[in-house]
Every structure is written in C-alpha cells, then in structure tokens.
Design a binder for this molecule. Structure first.
Ligand code: NDP
Length: 462
C-alpha cells in the first residue's frame, strides 16, 4: 500500500461527469481513503462538461458524503483535486491534460463510453506518458472475441499488459479471498472439491432491479453479455481453478486462465445448453414494473434477454461430467446472489435409515458474504429418520466497498482482482456459440412476469 512517504498517485478520471464516476468510483475511493488513511491520491477529473472548480469540488464532497467519509478525509482530497474541461478525443486537449498530471505515477481511469475509450487509447499510444502509467477500465472489454482482441492490442500499444487493469467489481478482495480460503485453507472442503464428490454447481446472480433507465447500455447487451460473460465466468474460474502455491496475482491469474480454457457449452451444444427470457409487466415489492419491451429506449426487435442461463462443462480431470449452471436475471422477485454446490449422495446408505431429504449442499453467498451448509443428519426425533440440518454463518462485512478494494489494488499496481487480457478473450470465446444461437433464434425467447422467480423449471434448486 502507498504510504505518506511514497509519491502521491494521480488518478486521472476521464468521463468524470458520468454515472460510473458518481455512483461507484468516487464513493469507492472515499471508502478506500477512509479505511487506509495513509494513502495519498490526487484526483483529476476530466470531461467535456463545463464545470467550475467549485461545482467539481461539491460533486466530490457529495460522493464522499454518500458513504459518510470523515471530514478530514474529504478535506484532504478536495484540497488537491482539480477539474479540467477537456475533449478527450482532441489530441491537443488530451496531450495537455496528461502533461498537466506531471511525471509521478499516473492511473488513467476510463469512465467513458466504450467507443470513446477505444479512440482515446489510440491517441494515448502517441503521447509521452509518465514512466509509471496504469490504465484502468470497466467492462465491457469488447463486444465479442475479435473486438476484445483488438482492444487488447490497442491497450498494449499504450502500456504492457502488467499495467492494464480490467475492473470486475464483483471481485472485491473479500469475495476472492473467501472463495480461495474456503477451497484451499479448509480441511473439510479442500479434499472434496472435485467431480468425485460434487454433482453440480450453480452460480446465480438474480437482481430485483429492473431496467432502471439504463436501456441505452443494457438493450444492446442483455443478461448473457452483461453478467455471464463477465462476472459469473470470473467467479467460475475462482471456484474451479487448480490450487495455488501463493496468493501472488500472476499465479492466480494463470490458474484462472487455465480453467477458462477448459470451459465448453454443456453437451457441446450451445442451443441446448442455454436458455433466455424477458420480463413482462409485474410487481416487485411495491414497484410496478412495465413490460421490458415497453421500457423507454428498448427496441423489441433486438430481442434482448433480461434473464439468461447457460450450462457449461469444465473439460478437465477434476471437473469432467459436472454441470456448472450460470444464471442471471433482472426484475426477479427475490434477489439471489450465490454459488450453490450440490454434493453427490454417499456411496452406500446403511439399511434402516429412512427419509433422506435430498443431497448435501453448500451455499456461498456472493454479496453479502455468507455460508450455509445443509447436511443430512439424524439428529432430531426418531434416530432412524434422516433430515436436513443447515448450519449458517454470516461473514464479516468487507472493510470497504468492493469498488474501493479494486481501486486500492490498481493504485498499488496489484493485479489480483483485475481481469487479465487472455481471460477476457477466453470469456468471449466461451459465450460466442450461445450468442450465435440466440441471434439465429435457435433458443426460444421465454417470458416471466417481473417479480417472479423466472420461467418454471429453469434451475432445479431455485
Ligand atoms: P456515462 O455516459 O454516464 O459517462 C461518460 C462520460 O464521459 C459523460 O460525462 C460523457 O459526457 C463523457 N464523455 C464522452 N465523450 C467525451 C469526450 N470526447 N471528451 C470528454 N468527455 C466525454 O457512462 P457511465 O459512467 O455509465 O459508464 C462509463 C463506463 O463504465 C462505460 O464503459 C460503461 O460500460 C462502464 N460501466 C458503467 C457502469 C455504471 O454503473 N454506470 C457499471 C459498469 C461498467 P456527455 O454526457 O457529454 O456525453
């Protein structure tokens, strides 16, 4: 971690007037700086909007207040922050902006629309940048395999891969370390983490939020691109990777990349391994949700799915034959964000026991962290009757917002939480046949009322 004696890092936020900066980046930074008080970060915001210094400062203060940052923390950031009105696609304007950041360590954060990020990168490749320059960008990392490759090649014209940070804010330190700890630091689970003991794995991220005015982005993406291609495959990689010797980020990245290379559609059939659906009008809590196709900005002809499910195989020695079901949806009645591990039945149940209620299960909550282990026992009443008992633990809340954790790592040049270029490409390779099957209408578009749990029969354990 950077301390008072290290040179301050300049965080140059391109697109500082946008939604990501306001909702995630600045509040995340505030939680980071409130937790790690020795950090010294100078924030330079740049956007094409006309903003006075006072207006920018008040935006920063507002974002810090959202997460109750102490006054001293906010004061220190505000004292050194700066806003530069700039057209980032104008080479002279961009050059002056970068030059104004000085020669110290620089993090260029692209909070820009993806097409602007690409064009801006092409311009940065021709500029002289500080020796320690890191690039940080949010998903989407391309829109398919070819564009992801092109984007990576472009980023590498600016800095080497070790200085590129593709952010997946699903991967806060806590989520990553909880998974790695559960798997490899735990004598109970470590030996059973394979096809010999595990029957199936479900990675589910169902949201009770609907479109919430984000048609501009979402209607061009859909649940498969927005969630499965990015976040859920990253979770799968951490869940299924081989063991690591240390928590060194390159080693973890290597193991994640290796397992992603083994992922294929279940049964080698994209059409049969995937499902898609779209919400119709319904109610979530007290909110009335309109039919997706009548939401403002939605083009029904695009046939964008709001719920996607894809079953994949991990074709290696550890996981052959185990289905991994990835699923994510919007407009669901109950938020469900978890990994469900279903264990195989015991090889032989002693005669005389009766009433086994189902397989043993481990449920790992993704946000917030929790664990539930449901085990077959005969602990209650008639000792010949089996029943399921559930042990639950709520994990301590993370020290800070996931976005703060991710930013802290970028400021330190640590890559444990970012998505390496080869993995980003691999994730597009995995979903490509399903995207094709959707585009060719080989997978029917089903429907579910907003506020329900999705079409019937999608997930056995839902
Ligand atoms: P916004 O459109 O809200 O913000 C982008 C900002 O960049 C706007 O203020 C825009 O100005 C500005 N901008 C565009 N072109 C230029 C230019 N040539 N020069 C200077 N400024 C320019 O987007 P988001 O904040 O929502 O998203 C940013 C990135 O983060 C995207 O890649 C998105 O995919 C990703 N992301 C966003 C998430 C979110 O929750 N918002 C979540 C995950 C990823 P203007 O308004 O004038 O066009």
């Amino acid at each position: 971690m950077a301390t008072q004696s290290s040179p301050p890092v300049t965080l140059l936020v391109l697109g500082a007037g946008g939604d990501l900066t306001r909702r995630l980046l600045l509040p995340g930074l505030a939680t980071l700086l409130s937790t790690e008080r020795d950090r010294r970060v100078r924030v330079v915001g740049a956007d094409r909007a006309e903003l006075s210094a006072a207006e920018w400062t008040s935006r920063v203060e507002g974002a810090f207040a959202q997460v109750q940052a102490p006054k001293a923390v906010t004061g220190r950031v505000v004292k050194h922050t700066e806003y530069v009105r700039s057209d980032i696609l104008d080479p002279d304007s961009l050059g002056a902006l970068v030059e104004g950041c000085g020669d110290g360590p620089l993090v260029v954060f692209f909070a820009l629309p993806p097409s602007v990020t690409t064009r801006c990168c092409a311009l940065l490749a021709d500029l002289r940048l500080p020796e320690v320059t890191r690039l940080a960008l949010e998903k989407p990392f391309g829109t398919d395999l070819a564009s992801a490759r092109d984007l990576n090649a472009l980023l590498h014209r600016v800095v080497p891969e070790e200085r590129v940070f593709r952010i997946d804010h699903f991967l806060g330190v806590n989520t990553v370390l909880n998974l790695v700890g559960t798997r490899f630091a735990n004598r109970i689970f470590q030996p059973v983490w394979s096809r010999d003991h595990i029957e199936r794995v479900e990675i589910v991220y169902d949201e009770d939020l609907a479109l919430e005015g984000r048609a501009g982005y979402y209607d061009g993406a859909g649940a498969l691109r927005d969630m499965l291609q990015s976040h859920l495959l990253q979770v799968l990689a951490l869940f299924a990777m081989e063991s690591v010797t240390t928590l060194d980020s390159e080693e973890v990245q290597d193991q994640k990349a290796q397992v992603l290379r083994a992922v294929r559609p279940w049964g080698r059939s994209a059409a049969r391994s995937a499902r898609r659906a779209r919400y119709t009008a319904g109610t979530i809590g007290r909110r009335k949700i309109p039919d997706y196709t009548s939401e403002e900005g939605v083009d029904p002809a695009r046939k964008t799915e709001t719920l996607a499910q894809m079953t994949v195989a991990v074709e290696n020695n550890r996981w052959a034959g185990v289905p991994f079901v990835l699923r994510s949806g919007k407009g669901m009645g109950e938020p469900r964000k978890e990994i469900v591990v279903t264990f195989r039945d015991v090889a032989h149940l002693p005669g005389g026991f009766q009433g086994a209620e189902g397989p043993d299960r481990l449920v790992i909550g993704l946000k917030p962290g929790s664990m539930e282990l449901s085990m077959t026992m005969n602990a209650e009443g008639d000792p010949f009757d089996l029943e399921q008992k559930t042990l639950s633990a709520t994990l301590a809340p993370p020290r800070m917002h996931a976005y703060g954790e991710v930013l802290g790592q970028i400021l330190d040049g640590e890559r444990l939480l970012s998505v390496r270029g080869d993995s980003a490409e691999e994730c597009w390779r995995i979903v490509a046949p399903v995207l094709r099957a959707f585009a060719q209408d080989k997978v029917p578009m089903e429907e579910y009322p907003a506020g329900s749990s999705g079409p019937d029969g999608w997930l056995p354990s839902a």
